[in-house]
Design a binder for this molecule. Structure first.
Ligand SMILES: NC(=O)C1=CN([C@@H]2O[C@H](COP(=O)(O)OP(=O)(O)OC[C@H]3O[C@@H](n4cnc5c(N)ncnc54)[C@H](OP(=O)(O)O)[C@@H]3O)[C@@H](O)[C@H]2O)C=CC1
Ligand SMILES: CC(C)(CO)C(=O)C(=O)O
Length: 350
């Protein structure tokens, strides 16, 4: 079977799943979106609108979309399964894949966090599982809007583990299509830890209620992000983890760039600030929808390293506690000011 004919199942059609699945369907790939009934109904009724920062705005008509809410129907069709559920649902999705997918289906995690591919590997049977990393943010239209719209609000290439599947699957050949740039990478561990450094900002966006571009433009928030990254780099260094470059920058330079005055940051960090004014973070989406966040897989992963290596992490602890409180309150983003996030006595510029 030619790579372009492989059947791709999107396991968890939300923001990332609908964006990736929509681009693939528009490129003529055979795609089935495994969705919750609410999203299934919206897609069947209005189709899927897929737009991006570069000005593309395309519609996949309802009859051109494969969508199903039943894993027993969707998963057995897959040659390739792209897992796009939040980390808290990885285990459940792994069990569904084990129960319903063909043994030769290749599973690819397109999730944040550093160990979702390992979780899938451990629980989805003997299948080949590859780690992936999505660098861009996707904004989903408010519930009820038809057609459901997913907008890629920033840029970047999706990285997927070079799995040495010679002859079996040319990952980039299947997935690299218009609107979705995909490349393989030989060291996904470094890529995922590098991405996690940037994802430490997801919580700040979620706590502040600010769009990402406005939050990053404010040095008071950048100092908190820089402080978290310092703590994370110390814990990673003590654990022998070397994160990959982020937004073209060596990780050690990130805190320095983030601490620059606003005017200089805006000048030098143009690539980091190329973001749609509406984009926030996936953790903000979770707080707004009253769902559990990925704080355990993001700040929590670094806190685990810090605890094991005895490196201090007061800012990461404070941010984690605030996100947990907001999750428990289920009132959406608490709209905190930067001063409310820094623990008493701690320095943002540590
Ligand atoms: N959003 C973004 O911009 C970015 C997200 N990411 C990462 O990508 C991953 C996915 O995030 P995102 O797309 O935002 O998440 P979403 O919550 O928007 O999408 C996940 C979807 O999967 C659904 N789902 C969960 N379990 C099942 C199931 N068993 N069967 C069918 N559907 C299911 C969820 O429904 P329900 O909620 O009802 O359970 C939800 O609709 C996360 O790890 C995130 O961190 C990475 C980069 C950017
Ligand atoms: C915002 C972005 C793209 C980077 O932090 C992200 O990964 C998310 O929203 O989860």
């Amino acid at each position: 079977m030619a790579d372009g004919e492989k059947r791709i199942v999107i396991a968890g059609a939300g923001s990332i799943g609908c964006y990736v699945g929509g681009c693939l369907a528009l490129a003529g790939r055979q795609v089935v979106l495994l969705a919750r009934p609410r999203i299934e109904a919206a897609l069947r009724q209005g189709g899927l609108r897929v737009s991006d920062l570069e000005g593309r705005d395309r519609l996949v008509k309802p009859d051109a979309l494969g969508v199903n809410a039943d894993p027993a129907v969707a998963l057995p069709q897959a040659d390739v399964i792209l897992v796009t559920v939040k980390s808290g649902a990885t285990q459940e999705m792994a069990a569904l894949i084990k129960a319903h997918a063909r043994p030769d289906a290749v599973v690819i995690s397109l999730q944040n966090g550093v160990d979702n591919a390992d979780r899938l590997r451990a629980r989805s049977g003997q299948r080949t599982v590859l780690a992936g990393m999505v660098p861009f943010n996707v904004v989903q239209s408010p519930e009820g809007e038809l057609p459901l719209r997913v907008h890629r609000a920033s840029e970047g290439k999706v990285m997927i583990e070079d799995g040495g599947l010679a002859g079996l699957l040319d990952v980039a050949g299947v997935l690299d299509v218009e609107g979705l740039a995909v490349e393989t990478h030989g060291d996904m561990k470094a890529v995922l830890w590098g991405k996690l450094l940037m994802n430490l900002n997801n919580a700040l966006v979620a706590l502040s209620d600010l769009p990402l571009a406005r939050e990053l433009a404010d040095r008071r928030w950048r100092l908190i992000l820089a402080g978290q990254i310092d703590e994370a780099l110390r814990a990673m260094n003590a654990s022998g983890i070397a994160p990959a470059r982020i937004a073209g920058l060596r990780p050690a330079l990130l805190p320095k760039v983030l601490r620059l005055p606003d005017w200089l940051f805006k000048l030098l960090a143009r690539r980091m600030l190329a973001i749609d004014p509406q984009a926030r973070s996936s953790m903000w989406d979770d707080l707004q929808r009253g769902r559990p966040t990925e704080i355990d897989e993001l700040q929590g992963a670094v806190l685990g390293l810090a605890q094991r290596t005895g490196t201090p992490a007061p800012l990461l602890k404070s941010v984690t506690a605030l996100v947990r409180a907001a999750e428990a309150a289920r009132l959406g983003s608490p709209g905190l000011a930067p001063e409310q996030v820094v623990p008493p006595g701690a320095s943002r510029s540590a």
